[in-house]
Write a protein that binds this ligand. Sequence first.
Ligand SMILES: NC(=O)c1ccc[n+]([C@@H]2O[C@H](COP(=O)([O-])OP(=O)(O)OC[C@H]3O[C@@H](n4cnc5c(N)ncnc54)[C@H](OP(=O)(O)O)[C@@H]3O)[C@@H](O)[C@H]2O)c1
Length: 315
Amino acid sequence: MRAIVVHETGGPEVLLLEDVPWPEAGPGQVVVRTQAIGVSIVEAHMRAGILPLPLPAVLGVEAVGEVVATGEGVDQGLLGQTVGGVTGATGSYAEYAAMPAAMVRPVPESVSAVEAVAAGAALAVALGLVRRAGLRAGETVLVEAGASNVGGYLIQLAREFGAGRVVATAGARDKRDRAEELGADTVIDHREEGWTSQLDGIDVAFESIGGDSARGVVAALTPGAGRMLYYGRLSGLAPAVTPDDLLGRGVSLVGCSGPAWFQETFDVHYPEAFARLADGRTTAAVGPTFPLEQAAQAHRLVEERGAQGKIVLIP
Ligand SMILES: NC(=O)c1ccc[n+]([C@@H]2O[C@H](COP(=O)([O-])OP(=O)(O)OC[C@H]3O[C@@H](n4cnc5c(N)ncnc54)[C@H](OP(=O)(O)O)[C@@H]3O)[C@@H](O)[C@H]2O)c1
């Protein structure tokens, strides 16, 4: 089968189209014939060596496709169903991908493979974040990188869950406009030095940029009640927040990743994300699509921050 293989970390040029053997369905796994493959900054960070990647590897985390094989312990009823989810680490930039059965969910018939891969993971994560935040009506919310995939759904859900004020950040002009269209009251340019000085009275901060700006965000949290939900590091750096930064304001930092987080994501939020796409409560933000062999171009676009909506590869 055709797959995008990485032998050494580096720029987009290390993504090579090769013929490789089909994956086997190991215990607890399904193999899907992929129909749409998600591209995210996570894979760009793996490819660049910022996140770990065991080499050589078929790159890729997200996919939607038809189940063509099931491994030991997996419900045979999944055969022939279209499912969407994640591989866990690698393997989705390919015509066939092995995925843990626990990390895929059936895609409703009325939802296309491209919509399902564009919105599945990001919307599920956004649902989990808004619920974990315990967002109360009237609260002020900060959505960092509001024009990112997760960020875009967070703005919409914050509104739906009753936020009183939604502050978002974004880079380029068109991304700031996008964040406003999605429902942000105020949009701050996070490429400006010292942008966090424009914040105050933030009850809930969805932290995805990481690095030094996170300390400025903590300083803007409501004393005694503010909470920062840390779920991503778009800058490649962990938030530079110390326990004393939290102690001084009596605010909390909640880590949103790890096995329990992902179990809830797949058990609860993925099915809800697909149901929302099917009944029209949420619209998938679909970005540019590329044929599988143009994975390097897709990665260039990710790194230029050039896309709005999810970048999708078609095998
Ligand atoms: N914990 C979880 O369960 C979970 C699950 C999925 C994703 N994540 C994380 O969530 C984050 C967002 O994922 P996504 O798929 O929504 O991302 P995405 O759509 O690929 O985000 C791309 C956007 O992020 C912004 N960005 C990129 N680098 C940045 C930087 N250094 N500083 C600030 N903004 C930057 C850019 O927007 P501008 O052009 O506006 O700057 C870019 O367009 C990632 O860190 C990812 O790892 C976490």
